[in-house]
Ligand binder design. Sequence first.
Ligand code: C2E
Ligand code: CA
Ligand code: CA
Ligand code: CA
Length: 282
Amino acid sequence: AKVQAHVSHAVFNPAMHEQAVARFQLETDLRRAIERQPFQVYYQPIISLAMGKITGFEALVRWIHPTRGMVSPMEFIPLAEETGLISFIDWWVLREACTQLRIWQQAFAKDSASLTMSVNFSGLHLVQLGLLERLDQVLRETGVEGCNLKLEITESGLLKNATSGTEILQELKTLGVKLSIDDFGTGYSSLARLHQLPIDTLKIDRSFVSRMGNEGESLEIIRAIMMLAHSLEMDVIAEGVETQEQLSRLRSLNCEYGQGYFFSRPVDSQRAEELLAAQLQW
Ligand code: C2E
Ligand code: CA
Ligand code: CA
Ligand code: CA
């Protein structure tokens, strides 16, 4: 029966019911997926703006769903965090990406000794016991140096773990790994806290970069973030660089790194390797 429009304010409406069913279906699929591991890691190059060359990659997970095809992480990562399945996914991606990095470092010899791999790391892992040992084990087993691995933790993910955060981050640093704050500018970082955290890199959220061209305000925000980062001796990566104009502006602000469709979309490992081999210059 068709439901009247006037009940649409009810606490539980048909649309919500449908949403709940869809969510449950996705959760069931995700649990099944984890047994069969139909995940794939895509890689998006990160470019040193001073050199115009690829200096690393960000690993981005893809889920190949049996009937829906490729599902966006925007859809399943939040669900994976709610259900705890994120632990499986992130550790799988980390191991996979480190294994790949080692292969590329060896294949592309001395040029690529400094090649880095950035891996998204849910803030939820920061409170997990044995985190340090587990990370150390992945580094040892894959042969990757800590300094070539960057863990990207979102601004909100860091803040949720406000009390225990600082200590565990300091411990992570003993492995030599680099730490980045992802989506910087979208959360509510307390600036007072920021300088206490052992962070190496700020990633400016795409929303600021995309508005940089036509809104003076976003340009000013980026300028301010850069000044803040540099005064705290952090590097800056601008996400979502899509145009030559954005690239030029970022260069003139002395932004260290860029990432975005202008350089390359995230691609599979084979295509990423071709990009590396091509020695592209921007
Ligand atoms: P993120 O970490 O902010 O990653 C950047 C996202 O922006 C990626 O989306 C990337 O494909 C997209 N992107 C890059 N350049 C451009 C551009 O120039 N224009 C536009 N419009 N988009 C661009 P993706 O791969 O769909 O990932 C979405 C989010 O899912 C990531 O955002 C990250 O928060 C999360 N995620 C992805 N993989 C993992 C993972 O292995 N673990 C965890 N915990 N989260 C992940
Ligand atoms: Ca990221
Ligand atoms: Ca980001
Ligand atoms: Ca994001």
